[in-house]
Ligand binder design. Structure first.
Ligand code: HEM
Length: 158
């Protein structure tokens, strides 16, 4: 029988898979398709409809991934890890989580109208900018996943 810590770890990975897997799909499939559309406005509309549906879902999975992570940290008293450079991936997890929380709960609701207005004038430019931001976030999240899986089993380096 698994205990609460192993359950939290399993749920943590499930929520992270939904969230970062979706970021990967939006970045590597939806955005390139939208940018390649012959009519940029139609491309923007396609991206917008995919992103708004996904963003409604990650408003649940991002906080839940953080809650499961915090539960493990608290139960196993892992706090000293945050000050230990060999556990850089613990800090990376919190940093990536905080960036996405800010993006989804602060920037998106408040900057949505401005972005819409910019996209009405220059959809290609807005999608190019969003693509770059998504790529950087996806790269940071991917590095964090590699660091966390390897780190929780002894690390990447001897
Ligand atoms: C508030 C944010 C977060 C906290 C407090 C947190 C905490 C934790 C803790 C305590 C562990 C277990 C480490 C161990 O067993 O030694 C863990 C594992 C893991 N976390 Fe996070 N995490 C957070 C966010 C993230 C994010 C943003 C990602 C991915 C981008 C992530 C991906 C993972 C992965 C892949 C594992 C390894 C699971 C395994 O193979 O055992 N976490 N996390």
């Amino acid at each position: 029988m698994i205990d609460d810590i192993e359950l939290a770890r399993a749920l943590h990975v499930l929520f992270v898979a939904h969230w970062i897997g979706g970021v990967s799909f939006v970045t590597l499939v939806a955005l390139p398709l939208a940018r390649a559309a012959s009519d940029a406005r139609k491309g923007w509309a396609l991206f917008e409809s995919i992103e708004s549906r996904f963003s409604a879902q990650v408003r649940w999975t991002i906080p839940l991934a953080g809650a499961a992570g915090l539960w493990m940290t608290w139960r196993l008293d892992m706090w000293p890890r945050f000050a230990d450079p060999s556990f850089w991936w613990m800090d990376a997890m919190v940093l990536v989580w905080a960036l996405f929380m800010i993006a989804v709960f602060v920037i998106e609701p408040f900057a949505h109208r401005r972005l819409e207005a910019q996209a009405a004038r220059d959809p290609e430019g807005v999608m190019r900018r969003l693509y770059r931001v998504h790529l950087v976030l996806l790269a940071a999240a991917s590095l964090t996943i590699v660091g966390a899986v390897a780190g929780s089993r002894g690390g990447l380096f001897p």
